[in-house]
Design a protein around this ligand. Structure first.
Ligand code: NAP
Ligand code: GLV
Length: 309
């Protein structure tokens, strides 16, 4: 069995070594320009079009991340009938729940405001938030969003979720589709975006949707930078309608040195690290799926190309 590997910017050696221990029968090689020799599987992150264009004989392409927006941008360079398989949790959901819970509790307990006072050597009481006024809305209730919901449910926040299809998750009020978006946003005090980036969700965090949130609300975006119209958020933070934002993803990454977000203390920036691909877990998951495909079995995490996630 031949496996091609390419993960732009990432040292392939430890990955290839890990696959050798889980799939000892496989031959792994790093793809290089001009390599069009046969392969059964491709394991990729942000691959160049030349790696996949016109390739025949692949049984599956494994994307080394949950989001497939970058690989779908290859368009007709992607072999149309080859299943594209995303990372399906493999330790990402717990990381995302940790990151989001930390940010939510910080805003709920007003720790950002206390920290600002302490920096000024001010010992000051701030009226606490009340849970019943702190409704949390999660956009996207898939692998990651549903884990975030179960983490936050432990604290008894009023929780609501928005997805394409209606869900039944313990302690989460479900809103589905375009027709229920306005109602979902209207009662939300803290909005979390964990949607896939598709033509339907691009720019979904904009002046109109963010203005529909409760006054003095908060935003956490851990999905993709292109979900957010950045200048709209900045204006709403500066007007006070949005009290704070925690952003892990940006339209341009790394965030350019002259970006206004660097100078806005109410916007917390992290460098796209909320849920990282864990090598050991991911290699194990992909290897198990390759073994299942070889046995003629179906695998989870196959991307629906029509939905684009
Ligand atoms: P997922 O399992 O595919 O879940 C996607 C959720 O979004 C589903 O609930 C889906 O609804 C909903 N959705 C999709 N399109 C929608 C639309 N037009 N309107 C309303 N809801 C819609 O994805 P996931 O594994 O949770 O990952 C989500 C995203 O997180 C990834 O695509 C990636 O971009 C991002 N991510 C970021 C990081 C990071 O480090 N920052 C790490 C990993 C992933 P249905 O359930 O009804 O289909
Ligand atoms: C990371 O952003 C991913 O999509 O896995």
């Amino acid at each position: 069995m031949q496996i091609l590997f390419h993960a732009g910017g990432i040292d392939p050696a430890p990955w290839i070594q890990s696959f050798k221990s889980t799939l000892p029968q496989a031959q792994l090689r790093e793809w290089r320009e001009g390599d069009d020799a046969a392969a059964d599987y491709a394991v990729v992150w942000k691959p160049p079009a030349a790696m996949l264009r016109g390739r025949v004989g692949l049984k599956a392409i494994f994307n080394l991340g949950a989001g497939v927006d970058a690989i779908l941008q290859l368009g007709d360079a992607l072999p149309p009938t080859v299943p594209l398989v995303r990372i399906d949790d493999a330790g990402m959901a717990d990381q995302m729940a940790e990151y989001v819970t930390h940010a939510v509790l910080g805003y709920y307990r007003r720790l950002d405001e206390h920290a600002a006072n302490i920096r000024q050597r001010e010992w000051r009481y701030i009226k606490p938030n009340q849970k019943q006024d702190f409704s949390i809305g999660i956009m996207g209730l898939g692998v990651l969003g549903s884990r975030i919901a179960s983490a936050l449910a432990q604290f008894d926040f009023p929780l609501r979720g928005w997805s394409r299809t209606a869900k039944q998750l313990p302690g989460v009020e479900s809103f589905a589709g375009e027709s229920q978006l306005a109602e979902f946003l209207k009662g939300t005090r803290l909005l979390i975006c964990v949607l896939p980036l598709t033509p339907h969700t691009q720019d979904i965090l904009n002046r109109q949707t963010l203005s529909a949130l409760a006054p003095e609300s908060y935003l956490i975006n851990v999905a993709r930078g292109a979900h957010l119209v950045e200048e709209d958020l900045l204006a709403l933070v500066q007007s006070g309608h949005i009290k704070g934002a925690t952003l892990d993803v940006f339209r341009q990454e790394p965030l350019p040195a002259d970006h206004p977000f660097w100078n806005e203390p109410r916007i917390v920036i992290t460098p796209h690290m909320s849920a990282m691909t864990l090598r050991a877990d991911s290699v194990r998951q992909i290897s198990n799926k390759i073994a299942a495909i070889e046995r003629g079995e179906a695998v989870a995490g196959v991307v629906d190309l029509a939905r684009q996630y």
